[in-house]
Design a protein. Structure first.
Length: 685
């Protein structure tokens, strides 16, 4: 009998003290459902923890945590110990084998909280059993020799739990001794209530050395209660002298409002169940525009109708393509059998898609067909080369403005050793103007800074002589600022080979000139690119931040992408020269959801280091980014979005240009994975 935690009993399991699924104080091998977001706070003397975690993919959970050493919950923290945690599943549970994971707390972060583990979990009726091996904080009981020492003497090296240097991969699974932990969870007949018992191997060595901490008993017993699908709290006793409490809010991004469903409800023109006598290309274009579907170069002959469709990034491509086919078929006359559409985004294009009119008539007008049948008979031509094409958008908006967006941007950091939780909120108003000479796009963005608590950065951190982003607090002080004002030329030499050239104010802190090349073969899982930017640091002391402070630098990177089969997860590796003239690489994973939500986690490693006021250094920069479209909410226009970033403030190393147009993102609506993922929406409603 197969019992995957993500399906058969998903939702029953709850978090441990520091966030990931587990017992009271030790982790288990359980995983959340992909897309789960977990936000919580907890306390167990001498720490209070706050965290936000994301299930990026079925086998990968990432947690950003701030642990505060507190003498009293009503007082400020004595010390802060931030970290990035992860859990990676190695084996899924089945009838004979337990689920097995490998994980790390403070994989990147302060060494005080750092520990690694291998955990096994097995379900038997209403009991879930867990056992594991722990290193670092999870293994300070030192009950066994480190078995990894047989592989290399490196793993037997001593590890210091209070070093000012951050924890990193070189510290993982090191130490002469390791510990054993385990326990069980019993799911009671009362819905949502479970009892947890565990035995840990944390002996609080650093706390004993630092302030004569009284080590509690290694065992704990407690109860966890899921009041609703999104609210869980627990209480537990560690030994007879310590009390643990935890409150967690949980939801899944796949449950977010579906932007495509909201757009489909706006369409009122039906797919005709009969064919008219006249073939009217002009009427195809006009009819489509009434439902905000933009067609160009519409043509029709005896057997074929063809057009370019200008895609919006606020609705999936198949849904827009289906709407276009509807309007073309409604005015195609009696003989047209094939409809050819070439999707375009700015000056970029995808493969020409040829679809049978009869397939759509059966599916949309007579309700006897399916998206699968349309897909089976569709043809994708990605071999056509093309010279530079001029075209103008036929937008009805005032002054030809289009792609208007309202973005609520929020950033929070749980990764500061000197400032606790930092945050910043802003409103971005974005738009694009009509194409110049039919060739160039130009875009603009106004930033309205709303609220932040970044003033502490300038008071306690040493100022860099040539700041990259360490003067973010100064930029945040200005209420109104010009965020973007750029001119862009984009072109696809072929549907798989793209170019962009951009000049102007590229982002909040930098202006410049640069470009990007992308090779993204249609139907393949990989892509490669290269980019370079001559950038100029903007001056936050001038009106709208439009001046420059004299600092300029060239930055460039090579990029590679790979779509992991079955996960809808894209890995990106970016290597090159960053804005502080440091060299390094970034690894990121992006999860896209059918409703338009996007989740990204990244880790950047640099050959240079940021310093803090305690004398510590870090060569890494990491975080999680979340984008939620709000256009699926009733009465909210498309183009409205909520963006959240959970990453450190004021870092200079590992920083790159936040370019206004990313070729990979711009070509995503033209890509095979996007078309396949959303193809079930191609039949117009």
């Amino acid at each position: 009998m197969h019992i995957p935690a993500s399906t058969a009993i998903a939702g029953e399991y709850t978090g441990m003290l520091t966030g990931p699924l587990g017992l009271n104080t030790v982790p288990s091998a359980r995983m959340d459902e992909t897309g789960t977001v977990r936000l919580g706070v907890s306390t167990l003397d001498p720490y209070a923890h706050s965290y936000i975690g994301f299930q990026l993919a079925e086998p990968l959970y990432v947690n950003i945590r701030q642990s505060a050493e507190v003498s009293n919950l009503n007082e400020n923290a004595d010390h802060l110990y931030p970290g990035l945690d992860f859990k990676l599943r190695l084996l899924e549970e089945n009838a004979y084998c337990p689920a097995i994971v490998i994980g790390a707390q403070s994989a990147i972060g302060h060494k005080r909280m750092a520990g690694e583990y291998i955990a096994l979990s097995k379900r038997y009726k209403d009991f879930d059993f867990t056992a594991g091996l722990g290193w670092g904080r999870y293994g300070s009981a030192a009950q066994l020799d480190n078995p990894l020492k047989v592989l290399s003497s490196h793993f037997g090296e001593d590890r210091l739990s209070d070093s000012p240097l951050p924890n990193g991969p070189t510290n993982w699974f090191t130490g002469d001794k390791i510990g054993l932990f385990g326990g069980a969870e019993y799911f009671t007949p009362w819905e949502g209530l479970s009892l947890k018992l565990d035995l840990g191997a944390d002996r609080y060595e650093a706390e004993n050395a630092a302030f004569d901490f009284a080590t509690p008993a290694p065992w704990s017993i407690g109860a966890s209660y899921r009041a609703t699908d999104w609210l869980n709290f627990s209480i537990a006793a560690q030994g007879t002298g310590k009390l643990m409490g935890r409150l967690t809010l949980t939801n899944n991004l796949k449950n977010w409002f579906d932007r495509d469903k909201a757009e489909a409800e706006k369409n009122t023109v039906p797919f005709r169940a009969f064919r008219t006598d006249l073939r009217l290309p002009d009427q195809m274009q006009l009819s489509a525009e009434r439902e905000d579907v933009l067609l160009n170069d519409v043509k029709a002959d005896n057997l074929n109708a063809s057009a370019d469709i200008l895609l919006r990034d606020t609705t999936s491509s198949p849904q827009q393509i289906g709407q276009a086919v509807k309007h073309m078929a409604n005015h195609a006359g009696p003989d047209v059998e094939a409809i050819n559409l070439t999707p375009r985004v700015m000056g970029l294009r995808g493969p020409q898609i040829t679809m049978l009119r009869s397939d759509f008539e059966k599916a949309a007008a007579h309700h006897r067909g399916s998206p699968e049948e349309i897909w089976h008979n569709a043809e994708f031509d990605s071999n056509q080369s093309e010279s530079v094409q001029r075209y103008r958008r036929r937008d009805s908006n005032l002054f030809g403005l289009h792609d208007n967006k309202l973005i609520f941007e929020n950033q929070a950091s749980l990764a500061e050793e000197d400032s606790g939780v930092l945050y910043r909120s802003a409103l971005l108003l974005k738009t694009k103007g009509p194409r110049i000479f039919g060739l160039f796009d130009h875009g603009y963005a106004l930033r309205i800074n709303a609220k932040d608590n970044l003033e502490r950065l300038g008071k306690i951190r040493p100022r860099a002589i040539l700041p990259v982003r360490s003067n973010v607090d100064v930029f945040a002080e200005r209420t109104f600022a010009l965020d973007e004002a750029y001119l862009a030329f984009t072109h696809s030499f072929r549907p798989d080979f793209h170019l962009s050239l951009i000049s102007g104010y590229l982002e909040e802190m930098y202006a410049g000139t640069g470009g990007e090349l992308l090779y993204r073969p249609f139907g393949k899982r990989y892509a490669f690119g290269i980019e370079g930017w001559q950038s100029f640091k903007r001056d936050p002391y001038q009106d709208l931040n439009i001046g420059f402070n004299g600092d300029h630098v060239f930055t460039g990177h090579v990029n590679g992408w790979y779509d992991i089969p079955g996960q809808d997860l894209t890995l990106n590796i970016k290597a090159g020269r960053f804005l502080a003239e440091d060299l390094g690489a970034r690894i990121s994973a992006v999860k896209r959801f059918d409703n338009g939500a996007k989740l990204e986690g990244f880790v950047t490693l640099s050959n240079q280091a940021d310093f803090d006021l305690f004398g510590g250094t870090t060569h890494s920069y990491n975080g999680i980014r979340l984008s939620l479209p709000l256009g699926g909410i009733k009465y909210v226009p498309r183009g409205v979005a909520f963006n959240a970033k959970f990453e450190p403030f004021g870092r200079d190393i590992g920083q790159d240009i936040q370019k206004p147009i990313s070729l990979y993102e711009a070509t995503e609506p033209l890509s095979f994975p996007h078309l396949k993922r959303h193809w079930n929406k191609i039949v117009p409603k």
